[in-house]
Design a protein around this ligand. Structure first.
Ligand SMILES: [Zn+2]
Length: 85
């Protein structure tokens, strides 16, 4: 399962925070549930994580109802959540 960060308000998280927290940038489509990781180096460190979704759309279904958020490793096994399409 994907877990959204709740220790800090997600709206305040930036790309540089993800690096500090050992987190990755996830992109999820609310229409078709496609989930992918995005390359964080494409964005300036001060970029707000949730703002990124506003300029994106889903590569599978074309919906602009997508969200970007911090993704953490599975706390039990240390693996990153799997991408899905
Ligand atoms: Zn989609």
């Amino acid at each position: 399962m994907l877990q959204k960060l709740d220790t800090k308000s997600p709206a305040d998280l930036t790309i540089s925070d993800l690096g500090k927290n050992d987190q990755r940038l996830g992109l999820k489509c609310n229409y078709c549930s496609r989930f992918r990781y995005m390359a964080m180096h494409r964005f300036p460190p001060e970029t707000c994580v949730t703002e990124i979704a506003k300029s994106l759309h889903c590569a599978k279904c074309g919906s602009d109802d997508v969200e970007t958020f911090a993704v953490s490793r599975n706390s039990e096994n240390g693996y990153w959540p799997a991408e899905s399409s």
